[in-house]
Every structure is written in structure tokens, then in C-alpha cells.
Design a protein around this ligand. Structure first.
Ligand SMILES: [Zn+2]
Length: 312
């Protein structure tokens, strides 16, 4: 981007963030009874100056839900002031590194907590070259063959570690899957299969009281069921790592800005949080956001690491 355009871009970003009402940097715990915090707003290439994908849901001042744990999430988790003891659910959308690589670091951190209750964790079933949740966790935690066998207590609750309650979400692209084992008196979790090319992935929908949060994850916009899944969401998080002129390979993995705007509009989402940027989508961010807004009439917020979005 030419130097002379940078102030314009910054001004636009400031407007977008201002349009997000109280959305701003940390601290999130005191922002209100329900907030979503971006831990990582970047992608899989270390060229964007951001942590990879991760989000926290704060309920009554505690970080109860973690969606994804890409590289950098470990650092941001601590910076956000989140505590492992408070987690009620981890949702992993898929097993690309930019969504899962920091999970073992966070688990190790949990060893030093006072937590004793099990921790529900959900992820997709396997397909092709990708393991399902149980295979992914076994590859790390199996007491004999796991790369982090010293953390194997997470499989059975031994060794001062808490048991991970594994919830493998089957492929079901036409309709949502309820996850009662991940739900509790504070929130209800559902998942929907989304298609980022050949990678098994799941979007998550959280209903916290009357508020609906949808994390669409990496997806290419080709599953029409996503519109219903995100229907009238109070917050819809969508990933925009590619520009409108992305090549065919990129389009198999990710929706273009035009497709993102169309989905958010069709769903009637009240607020759209754009995230998962890469250098190639940041290079022309103002124009790409403009494309989204040309098809979507709701509120748009552009994610940054540690951005807090109060919802109540
Ligand atoms: Zn990704």
C-alpha cells in the first residue's frame, strides 16, 4: 500500500471499530456479562503480525469458551487474563496448525491450575489425511506413542491432570449437530460441517441465554446450510484471508469478500466480525471490507488480536 493511503486506511479501521460500539482492546473481563474476545486474528503464514485463529467467550467475567487455538493463542490467552480453571468448553474447528497448534501448550499450562473437573472438547471426525478429534489427541497424548506422552493424564484424568471429555462431531453438512455433552446451564453448543476443500471442519453455534454467537471457521461459502445456521446471529464471525481475485486453490478453502457479505446478509446477522487475515487480504483491507459492506447492511467489525466485542 502506498504510504499516502495508510492514514486513510487507519481512519477507515477506526470508523469500523467505532461502529462496533464498545468494541475495543482488552480488558474483556469487565466489559459486561457477555463478550467475545479475539485472541488471534491472523492466518497460517507468519506475515501478518497477528496470532493465528482463537476466540474467547467471556461470561460474567470468566473466559468460559475457547474456539480454536492456533499458533500464538497461548500468549494471547495469558495476555487476555483468561484462566484454565474457568474453561467450560474448547471447540476446535479443524486440524490445520493455524487453528490447533497451541492446544498442547495451553494444556500444559493447565497442569499448573487448580482445576479438577473434566473439560469438554469438541472437534471434527476424521477424513482423508486428517485425523478426527480422538486421533489428533492420541497423536499428542497417548501414553506410549504420543508426542507429549507426559501429558497423557488428559486422556484419563491421571497424574494431576483433568480428563478431556472428547466430543467428535460427525460429518453432517445439511443440518446442525447438537452437542449436549458440551452444553451446560449457561450455554448450548451446536456444530455444522463446513467445507474448506478436503479438510473436515466444523462451524460452532453458541446460544448464551438469548444471544447467538456463530463461528463460521474456514469455509468456502458452498454450504447453503450455513445461512440458516447463522440466522439472526447476534455475532457472526467469518474469516477473510483471501482477496476477491483469489485463485482457484484459495477459493476452495476460503470464501471471497463478496461471498462473505452475501452469507451474512442472507442470514440476517446483526454484527459481522471479520477475522483470520493474511498479508494478501490485509494489503487491500479497506477495499475488501468495502466489498463485504456492499452486500451486507449490518454492523461490521474488523478483528485485531485482543479486540473485545461486548454483546450484553
Ligand atoms: Zn485457517
Amino acid at each position: 500500500m502506498p504510504e499516502m493511503l495508510k492514514p486513510i486506511r487507519l481512519a477507515l479501521l477506526a470508523l469500523l471499530i467505532a461502529a462496533g460500539a464498545e468494541a475495543g482492546a482488552a480488558p474483556c473481563p469487565a466489559a459486561g456479562p457477555l463478550s467475545v474476545q479475539v485472541l488471534g486474528s491472523g492466518g497460517p503464514i507468519a506475515d501478518d503480525g497477528r496470532a493465528s485463529t482463537a476466540y474467547l467467550v467471556w461470561i460474567d467475567g470468566a473466559a468460559r469458551i475457547l474456539i480454536d487455538a492456533g499458533g500464538g493463542a497461548f500468549l494471547r490467552y495469558g495476555e487476555a487474563g483468561a484462566r484454565f480453571d474457568d474453561l467450560d468448553f474448547i471447540g476446535l474447528s479443524h486440524f490445520h496448525t493455524d487453528h490447533s497448534a497451541d492446544l498442547p501448550a495451553l494444556l500444559k499450562s493447565g497442569f499448573f491450575s487448580r482445576r479438577t473437573r473434566p473439560l469438554p472438547i469438541a472437534g471434527p471426525s476424521g477424513a482423508g489425511r486428517f485425523p478426527g478429534l480422538s486421533g489428533f489427541l492420541s497423536a499428542m497424548l497417548d501414553p506410549e506413542r504420543g508426542a507429549y506422552a507426559y501429558l497423557s493424564g488428559y486422556l484419563d484424568g491421571s497424574g494431576g491432570l483433568v480428563r478431556l471429555e472428547q466430543i467428535e462431531v460427525p460429518n453432517s453438512s445439511a443440518s446442525p449437530v447438537a452437542l449436549p455433552a458440551a452444553s451446560n446451564e449457561q450455554f448450548v453448543v451446536e456444530a455444522l460441517s463446513v467445507p474448506p476443500g478436503p479438510v473436515p471442519a466444523r462451524a460452532f453455534r453458541l446460544r448464551v441465554g438469548e444471544t447467538t454467537l456463530v463461528f463460521a471457521s474456514d469455509q468456502n461459502g458452498s454450504n447453503p446450510a450455513l445461512v440458516d445456521f447463522a440466522r439472526e446471529a447476534d455475532l457472526l464471525v467469518m474469516h477473510m484471508p483471501v482477496p476477491p481475485d483469489a485463485d482457484e486453490v484459495a477459493r476452495k478453502l476460503h470464501a471471497t469478500p463478496e461471498a462473505i457479505g452475501a452469507i451474512a446478509q442472507a442470514a440476517g446477522a446483526k454484527t459481522l466480525l471479520l477475522s483470520h487475515f493474511m498479508a494478501r487480504s490485509l494489503a487491500n483491507l479497506d477495499a475488501n471490507v468495502g466489498i463485504v459492506q456492499s452486500g451486507y447492511s449490518g454492523r461490521v467489525i474488523v478483528a485485531e488480536d485482543l479486540l473485545c466485542v461486548p454483546l450484553l
